[in-house]
Write a protein that binds this ligand. Sequence first.
Ligand SMILES: [Cu+2]
Length: 140
Amino acid sequence: MKRAAMICSRAVLAGALLLNACARAPETMHDCADISAGCRVDGVYVSSNHPPQILKPFELRMEIHDPALITADQVYASFGMEGMEMGLNRYRLIKKAEGLWVAEVNLPACVRGWADWTMLLELHDGMHSQRFMIGFQTKG
Ligand SMILES: [Cu+2]
């Protein structure tokens, strides 16, 4: 995480175009077939306490497995859909233990009845941040 930030600051010096590329580096989409069973995404492990359904709160858990990420001091999860504006759904996760962050999430109904969600997970550590994009589905 820190090394990536250093590369970014060098890119900032190299020019505004690179700065833009650096700030908006696209995240790889990681598909999570069953988030209630848990999914490992790079250095973190995400799970829900039951299969997510719209309008039914579930607990989102994130465990940090990568020691380089353990110093995260703020964690957020945002939920949306590809190609559809779903409103702002950004949750701040609460640190429950070293490397364990949770939030209670309540997803809104989708006007088209779609079930494919994207979760953007952001780990912040001072000036550095790491983002993960995770695809999952709601049931029912
Ligand atoms: Cu939708």
